[in-house]
Design a protein. Structure first.
Length: 178
């Protein structure tokens, strides 16, 4: 997989008037600086990682969605529970063929972060870390992550295998961390 080609494919799902980023470059996992390395370089759900790092449960807010050709896609932010403090921006592409109707229904209801739904339903899953990406924020990402344009942050691309099948492709970008 070429991470930048995959990044373009995911971001093209939701074309935006304002570019998400002005620069994106693949960063080897071993060279990812802390605290981003601890936050991104693992094979766990980002929902759990964000909650642990920020000492707060997170809520999902849907910015956009589309459901076509058997794929459910959404652009989201995660915020600290009960606040407007954004902790993550993401794009998710989910093939529901590999999960139960109950899991699909709960995801489409859009009330609970994806990782929490899969955990709650004990879906057999494995997360394959695809790449770490260093971003220079464009106006879009700056708006979503409440950060300055041209400021840098890191994100990851990953695939979630549900019941041994590649069901979810995702882009998860952390707000800038200190």
């Amino acid at each position: 997989m070429n991470p930048l080609v995959e990044l373009k494919a995911l971001t093209d799902l939701f074309p935006d008037e304002d570019p998400l980023f002005t620069k994106a470059e693949h960063c080897p996992s071993s060279l990812t600086p802390e605290p981003y390395k601890s936050m991104l370089v693992h094979e766990h759900h980002m929902t759990v990682t964000m909650e642990k790092y920020h000492h707060s449960p997170v809520e999902v807010r849907i910015l956009d969605r589309k459901d076509s050709e058997g794929l459910y896609c959404r652009k989201i932010i995660l915020v600290k529970e009960g606040t407007d403090e954004v902790v993550q921006f993401g794009i998710v592409k989910f093939n529901f063929e590999y999960v139960t109707p109950q899991v699909k229904e709960e995801i489409v209801e859009e009330n609970i972060p994806l990782g929490r739904v899969l955990i709650n339903h004990n879906v057999l899953r494995h997360i394959d870390l695809g790449a770490i990406i260093k971003f220079e924020a464009g106006p879009g990402l700056a708006k979503y992550l409440q950060m300055d344009e041209k400021a840098e942050t890191y994100g990851r691309m990953a695939t979630i295998f549900c019941n041994h099948q590649p069901a979810v492709d995702l882009l998860e970008i952390s707000r800038p961390l200190s």
